[in-house]
Design a protein around this ligand. Sequence first.
Ligand code: ATP
Length: 364
Amino acid sequence: MTSIDLDNVSKVYDPNGEAIEAVSDLDISIQDGEFLVFVGPSGCGKTTTLRAIAGLESITDGSIVFGGEDVTDARPRERGVAMVFQDYALYPHMTVRENIGFGLRLSSGLSEQEIERRVEETTEMLGIEDLLDDQPGELSGGQQQRVALGRAIVRDPSVFLLDEPLSNLDAKLRTDMRKEILRLQQELEVTAIYVTHDQTEAMAMGDRVAIMNHGRLQQIGPPEAVYLDPANKFVAGFLGSPSMNFLEASVESTDGTTTLEADGEFRHELPAGSVASSATEYDRVVVGIRPEDLEIVETGGVPVEVTVVEAMGDENVVYVDLGSTELTARIDSTVRLSRGDRIRIDFDSDDLYLFDPDTEAALE
Ligand code: ATP
């Protein structure tokens, strides 16, 4: 196992004299045996970061340290990493046996007998021992992905790097393979770094998730912690499905009472406490509320009109019109709702998130 430190890592691409800052000042310590997931929208710098850790991409600034040893200038094969890609990158004219053993035959110096033993052990671990003599073209997507994993595992790496490895699989298989990858990582006791744009996958798999945007780390922490306590509006909106609702509200403070008012559409008194006292420092704040925290009430709350109802099984995703804003709510499917219904919705003060309207940082 290997710990990995990224110390102020930056990467600027300069294709035609036009600098693109793909990664800026990334400072992360990944522990021995940890499963860390980088997540963020397309272009946020996840792949560049992973390729820099693998040594496939040079960095412009900072350093990369494996187990206390600076590997910033080390070549990929000197780093003891194995990488798995989205497109599997299998050799089409080789059998599964040849694909998995290829890297070892090329550079390990192991005997043919030892290579064969390791290939068989790996395929047993992945449950693909019956496919040893098949070629990739004869395999399903899930089987091909297992072979790609096998090719990485067989080299007994100390670091496992995975770049969107499940993107080409259908939804059911993706969920199965998530479990499989986690099982392998634990069994092999290897440090793993996983890149995905899918926040559900990130939350399901990571010991910690590192959320990136525009080349910068927005927040890092265990899934529940970043979900419950997002550092800023970007993280709050990125994690969770459907996304958190946001609306702007003015802050009124009179006689020790702090009230949020959203353009005449609702008024909400904040209970005395730290959030209320932070809010009083602002004229306006961005209010965030998750769809699962909105509820239907008989009286009180805010009157809204239902615009769309999406059936999701045990619950419905309900879109409601609140004057100039649309809100999304997750409502138990036993509540019968249709377009045009007029209902009242409410929420608990404890479930509100408030953000600075300029910096978008969460108010404590
Ligand atoms: P995706 O999920 O779409 O792959 P990503 O989060 O992995 O996105 P990167 O591929 O790391 O993001 O790209 C980060 C930024 O760097 C983007 O603006 C991208 O256009 C740019 N970039 C990536 N590779 C190169 C390259 N070889 N030359 C120039 N610019 C690049």
